[in-house]
Ligand binder design. Sequence first.
Ligand code: NAD
Length: 290
Amino acid sequence: MKIAVIGLGHMGAPMAANLVGAGHEVTGFDAAGVTLAGVSPATSAAAAATGAEVVLTMLPDGAILRRVAAEVIPAMTPGAVLLDCSTVDVDSARAVATEAGAAGLLALDAPVSGGVGGASAGTLTFMVGGSEAGFARARPLFEVMGQKAVFCGPSGNGQAAKICNNMILGVTMIATCEAFALADKLGLSRQAMYDVVSTSSGSSWSMTVYCPAPGIGPASPADRGYVPGFSADLMLKDLRLSQQAAELADADTPMGARAADLYRVFVEEEDGRGRDFSAMLPRFERRGRS
Ligand code: NAD
């Protein structure tokens, strides 16, 4: 397939590389001038999108997505697929899908889980909103870049799934970290804590796959000095998106709101910026009750 990838950052670059590896003809554009072996460089987003069967965007936020979409939609051929894999607010995803639909395009919001490691290994999970016809067209690409793609319903539902998932992740990571810090103070070894919780009812992905305690459980950013992985900044972004959506939908999300506030303090007032989101554990270690 002829594919344009717009946004060749931490995630977009390895995703584009996997598409090249699978034999697709890939053109790329990044505002920062990033180029990539095997990807034909374009001079603009619109130039990259011209003649592409699929335009994949992997951009920082909804405002940028809206700007890029306004540029690429008029350049795209009717019937082509606009596949946004960025994590953005539900409203931006729906607005872009409406514009794309009016231009005769198939639009999908397909945010991912799995991080840079999953993007490089081609093991991402895609959560997809849009039409079933669009989903069927993009399925071969999901198979190259990921291990699973879940169709979630109409446009915006992929983003809804992503922010709900990451709200759970933010909350469980905080709960796991504060429980480790409490266990330390109660004299329980971290290994015993891990062995019990990872096979008991307090278990979650935050404990079993991404354990925040260095040297315990499977390899994770905690073993590499909390170099991300998934940064606290990105977790804060996703928690804010969940709270913005909750506000608009009139949903009560007290734990999500508390998690958003804790990550805000960690990133904006403490030393969390640029650290992995599991570095909440050393944060709690240093703290007392007040
Ligand atoms: P990144 O900042 O590394 O990459 C974004 C790229 O977009 C940059 O290279 C930037 O130059 C480019 N860009 C910005 N404005 C542009 C424009 N107008 N035209 C073209 N290119 C433009 O970010 P990332 O880590 O690759 O994340 C991308 C998206 O994926 C975000 O929405 C993020 O929330 C989501 N995400 C990231 C991770 C992760 O672990 N990094 C995991 C899941 C989802």
